[in-house]
Write a protein that binds this ligand. Structure first.
Ligand code: ZN
Length: 688
């Protein structure tokens, strides 16, 4: 709900896995179990490929054969494999916790009852639309647009995305404090461009979308004619909102989403919308200033509300309500309809996930630190944490040497860069202090109520932070999460226990593989502190320019080389957006250089013979690059590739591997490539 998510740089796409795998259900899918993949899996390699022509093909060519995309997923990759494995572990924990046993401790009872209620499909089905009725009644009860702020306040608490977002965020310009934020929202399609792009495929998606909205309204009780005309009006309303929304590429510049103003100035932007009414209904603490992330959007929203008749707004609210609520707690017909559009049509996934998978995910989302604590106790020994922390220290030391060696940076900027590096905080494995859930009420048998109460609990927790000092110890993700991120406002890197697992990390495997796999991720996240976005924040997390003008220009020149390099890559007929992916590509390139440097340092310290082939037939340096490339082994459905090529700041996996290696002569040397071969071009890019 806050714009925090726009500032945090995740390691890999979260949108596809979260947005689309979530809409799903009960269709039978072949039982499938997932096991950890070794750090160097030779069976994944296509030995017929020439590593100097296409290294991704060489390292990952057999992935699709060995790990075909399951019917209930839009893709299959290393992250997916590990995420599924972790979900099996959580499934075991929750099946046990779900037994109605009086000896359970308070948190175990909460996660167990939440999960068991979600699993009780018969009860959900038998209740039908009844749990939704009070929410529908609220909409039916609207007699004037003046009542909208009160309803939208309630929607902020239960995570319904209609019109706008209101929440808290760390102040970009003063990282010690938490401020209120209002941000754009309210679209049912993934991004603004979906409403405007031309071409047969996009027109088809829009047509299918309007049909989907029609179907949902019919399932809520509207007649065919009414539903169709409402859906057309909703499409018109959302298109008007999309028109005034900021696009994803512009959102990457923090200045574009930061406009602190007195609350009366936001009020002046939207004369027909009473913000005070919204604030007070949410129960947020009082405040005098707010970050209006996208002022143009709010001006436009005011106009959209003024120009749209009340019946259309009510239809839009019904639609947004249902599309925001998890399918698993809705009657089967609605659940299936939601999956059909978001899963099948938009992401190309043939089948819904098994119910247990969705209920595990939902419990992880609702009670992350209650479930996560048990996960950590079971899956993350102290030795793993120790080794991961040591690797991060190696990589930070490598970044220090890297900054010292740059020939284009002035002494003044260099000093500030090193200051920032030393201030990076490392969050590894799990939080030191676990969240208290004693005030969250979970009722066995009430899946719908549990879901809404958990959303409200979290929203109120976020809102209560407004005006308070920032808690730097807090974790933003659950511990079983298979992802990592850099947060520029915190200036910290985050590695949950869930990603510190094979194939990415194994305290027992050779260093070369650990540095190639998770070392790259660590270097990637640290480099985010110094990419086109992160470099605008200082070591304390404040959005403050610490670069000399000259160094800034030189940085942009170097970065342009990366923009141009990746803009040449394409997926099907869609070219990559070199500017949108710049931050991630910079982090991938810098990250691998740091992993390489850190491994060299470690090898010297441990006396690892870099020329000696291991039992697997590869030298440590070759293992390093193979481990790196195998991070990105994947296969995606064409629908997802298309979706991601246009909306995700990360490049497709093939390019995340090859796009980096062509810039590293050290890679060419390790595989004896000749300069001029595709993987060893004469011209290379380097920022960090
Ligand atoms: Zn990243």
């Amino acid at each position: 709900m806050s714009s925090m998510k726009q500032a945090v740089a995740l390691l890999f796409l979260a949108c596809a896995s979260m947005l689309f795998a979530q809409a799903n259900g009960t269709a039978p899918s072949a039982p499938q179990t997932f096991s950890p993949i070794p750090g160097l899996d030779r069976s994944l390699m296509d030995k017929t490929a020439d590593p100097c022509v296409d290294f991704y093909q060489y390292a990952c060519g057999n992935w699709s054969k060995l790990h075909p995309i399951p019917n209930d997923s839009p893709y299959s990759d290393q992250f997916y494999n590990l995420e599924q494995y972790n979900r099996q572990v959580l499934h075991g924990i929750l099946e046990k916790a779900g037994a109605d046993d009086p000896s359970r401790d308070a948190n175990t009872k909460k996660i167990g009852d939440y999960y068991a209620s979600c699993m009780d499909e018969a009860a959900v089905q038998q209740k039908g639309l009844a749990p939704l009725q009070p929410e529908l009644d609220r909409i039916n009860g609207l007699t004037s647009k003046k009542q909208l702020p009160e309803l939208l306040a309630h929607y902020q608490l239960i995570n319904v995305n209609a019109f706008l977002g209101f929440g808290s965020q760390q102040d970009f310009k003063d990282a010690t404090r938490t401020i209120a934020v209002a941000s754009q929202n309210g679209l049912g399609l993934p991004e603004k461009d979906y409403y405007f792009r031309t071409g047969a495929k996009d027109e088809e998606i829009r047509k299918q979308y309007v049909q989907h909205v029609t179907n949902v309204l019919k399932l809520l009780g509207s007649s065919e004619t009414q539903a169709a005309s409402d859906a057309a009006a909703i499409m018109k309303l959302e298109t008007a909102l999309a028109k005034v929304s900021l696009d994803v590429t512009s959102q990457r510049d923090p200045h574009n989403i930061y406009h602190m103003m007195p609350v009366k100035d936001l009020q002046a932007l939207t004369p027909t919308f009473d913000w005070n009414h919204l604030y007070s209904t949410t129960g947020s603490p009082a405040f005098t200033e707010i970050n209006v992330a996208e002022p143009e959007f709010f001006k436009g929203m005011n106009q959209v509300i003024a120009e749209t008749d009340l019946p259309t707004i009510k239809a839009y609210l019904r639609w947004q309500l249902v599309t925001s609520i998890a399918g698993s707690i809705l009657p089967k017909a609605l659940d299936e309809e939601k999956f059909d559009f978001y899963g099948r049509k938009l992401a190309g996934t043939p089948e819904r996930e098994a119910r247990w998978k969705r209920c595990v995910r939902s419990t992880d989302g609702a009670l992350p630190e209650a479930l996560g604590k048990i996960y950590v106790d079971q899956q993350f020994p102290a030795a793993s944490k120790e080794k991961a922390v040591q690797m991060i220290h190696d990589i930070e030391a490598a970044m220090g040497r890297d900054i010292d060696s740059l020939d284009w940076m002035s002494a003044a900027t260099r000093t500030r860069a090193k200051e920032k590096l030393h201030l990076i905080a490392n969050k590894v494995g799990y939080p030191d202090k676990w969240r208290d859930y004693s005030k969250l009420q979970i009722v066995r048998g009430d899946a719908f109520g549990n879901n809404l109460r958990a959303a409200e609990f979290e929203s109120l927790r976020q809102l209560a932070k407004i005006g308070k000092p920032v808690d730097r110890q807090e974790w933003l993700t659950s511990t079983p999460t298979v992802n990592a991120f850099y947060n520029p406002s915190m200036n910290d890197i985050n590695f949950p226990a869930g990603v510190l697992q094979p194939a990415f990390f194994d305290a027992q495997q050779p260093d070369a593989l650990n540095y190639g796999h998770i070392g790259l991720f660590m270097g990637h996240e640290i480099t985010h502190g110094f990419d086109d976005q992160g470099r605008q924040f200082d070591g304390h997390g404040d959005l403050k320019d610490w670069w000399t003008k000259e160094d800034s220009d030189k940085f942009n020149q170097k970065a342009q080389c990366i923009v141009d390099e990746y803009a040449q890559f394409s997926v099907g007929d869609t070219k990559l957006n070199g500017k949108l992916t710049l931050g991630e590509n910079t982090a991938d390139n810098g990250g691998m250089r740091l992993a390489y440097m850190a491994f060299l340092g470690r090898a010297t310290q441990e006396g690892i013979d870099l020329n000696k082939k291991s039992a697997d037939g590869y030298t440590p340096m070759q293992q390093l690059f193979l481990g790196f490339a195998q991070d990105w082994c994947s296969q995606w459905r064409p629908e997802l590739e298309r979706l991601v090529a246009t909306t995700d700041p990360h490049s497709p996996d093939r390019f995340r591997a090859n796009g980096v290696l062509v810039n590293m002569p050290e890679f060419g040397a390790a595989f004896a490539c000749k300069v001029g071969q595709p993987m060893a071009p004469a011209k290379t890019c380097r920022v960090w």
